[in-house]
Design a protein around this ligand. Structure first.
Ligand code: FES
Ligand SMILES: [Fe+2]
Length: 389
């Protein structure tokens, strides 16, 4: 859209040198097509919400940069406190808008001072225009994306390059909580991996005894056979409510304190969300992990957890949470070393079945968007998977 308007600006301004303008346009179009093709190949899922930065990072008149799906973004907060996300590129000559400044709800480019409404991307002023100039400033837009804050993150809706935003988009996903008062905490870490490896690592049930073996969680020797029931849900799958593994100390403790059974429900939904809800009597723990593609070789896990367990202080949870995430991160760094050489890989039953579902869900979603036909779910009902962990 931005490019189109750039083209109009050329028509208005440069009708004396039309052939040159047309040449430039054609180059720009070819470039846009190349860019779109490259992005399509990166294995990203567009038209979804992704967390870009923590809300606390976006404050005052500061412009903050982020990257989602290889799109450079500039984020900020208007004087009224509304978070916004624009493409970090001036539609005039491409300099990052993040080098400019934010004034109220206007972002000003540092190069020629073009000014844009931060929430719509619409150009509101071009300082160099003379009184004779007929250029319709309001028809020029900087790239901008819908932006919402939830659970301490600024979420950005990444619509596919070269497409128009649909009339209505769903709200950004929120964490489910089960009481008014609760504790909440956040972690994040980067993984030097393609999004698909990040996600199948997240849902992989077999790495626990090897990667996360530790005195406070479980011993490596405690590996035993498990059978878990899964069911299809829209855009994903659910590990049906069950009593969590008997070899995990924290669940044992919870059961002892409440005297009631612990029930755990784990969901995965496209594009990248794993949620877990643990409940025991009035006590609950709820968490969400998202794996967000930054570039094709880099993704980021954002983990948020909330709970009303009086015996679990945030500080203690953070110590263990960080150890956990670090263990996953170290493993993915090692894996990336191996993946550089393009090895052949395999997915085995049943431990890797969730990974197979993920790939099938993703492929089927892309196909249904292409054809307009309803999405085919890869599961046709409940299934029990068995593995040892
Ligand atoms: S490059 Fe931004 S105003 Fe010229
Ligand atoms: Fe893990």
């Amino acid at each position: 859209m931005t490019r189109l308007l750039w083209r109009e600006a050329v028509y208005y301004d440069a009708n004396k040198t039309m052939s040159e303008a047309v040449r430039t346009m054609m180059q720009m179009d070819a470039e846009a097509a190349r860019e779109t093709a490259a992005q399509a190949d990166a294995g990203f899922l567009w038209d979804f919400w992704y967390p870009a930065v923590r809300s606390t990072e976006v404050r005052g008149q500061k412009l903050v940069t982020a990257m989602l799906l290889e799109v450079p973004l500039v984020l900020g907060r208007t004087a009224e406190g509304k978070a916004f996300a624009m493409r970090d590129s001036c539609p005039h000559r491409g300099i990052p808008l993040s080098y400019g400044r934010l004034e109220g709800k206007v972002v000003e480019c540092c190069y020629h001072g073009w000014r844009f409404d931060a929430c719509s991307g619409q150009c509101v002023e071009i300082p160099s225009l003379s009184s004779q100039n007929k250029l319709k400033v309001e028809r020029i837009f900087a790239g901008h994306y819908p932006c919402e804050e939830r659970d301490g993150y600024v979420w950005v809706y990444m619509n596919a390059p070269g497409t128009k935003l649909p009339e209505t988009i769903p709200g950004a996903p929120g964490l489910t909580v089960f009481s008014d008062k609760y504790k909440i905490t956040h972690f994040s870490c980067e993984l030097p991996s393609h999004i698909d490896h990040g996600i199948i690592g997240l849902m992989d049930p077999a790495h626990g005894p090897f990667v996360h073996a530790s005195w406070f969680w479980r011993k490596r020797g405690s590996i035993h056979e498990k059978a878990k029931q899964f069911e299809p849900i829209p855009n994903g799958f659910r590990m049906s409510p069950h009593s969590p593994s008997t070899n995990s100390a924290p669940y044992q403790l919870l059961k002892k304190i409440t005297g009631e059974p612990v029930t755990t429900t784990i969901d995965f939904v496209l594009p990248n969300i794993r949620t877990e809800e643990d409940r025991s009597g009035k006590m609950w723990f709820s968490s969400r992990a998202t794996v967000t593609p930054v570039r094709r070789d880099l993704c980021r896990i954002d983990f948020v957890a909330a709970w009303n367990l009086f015996f679990l202080p945030v500080s203690i949870f953070r110590i263990f949470g960080k150890i956990f995430l670090r263990q996953d991160q170290e493993t993915m760094i090692r894996q990336a070393e191996g993946l550089k050489h393009n090895p052949r890989l395999m997915l085995i039953d049943d431990a890797d079945r969730p990974a197979k579902w993920y790939f099938a869900l993703k492929a089927n979603l892309i196909e249904s968007r292409r054809t307009g036909a309803p999405m085919v779910h890869p599961m046709d009902g409940q299934v029990t998977l068995r593995w040892r962990s």
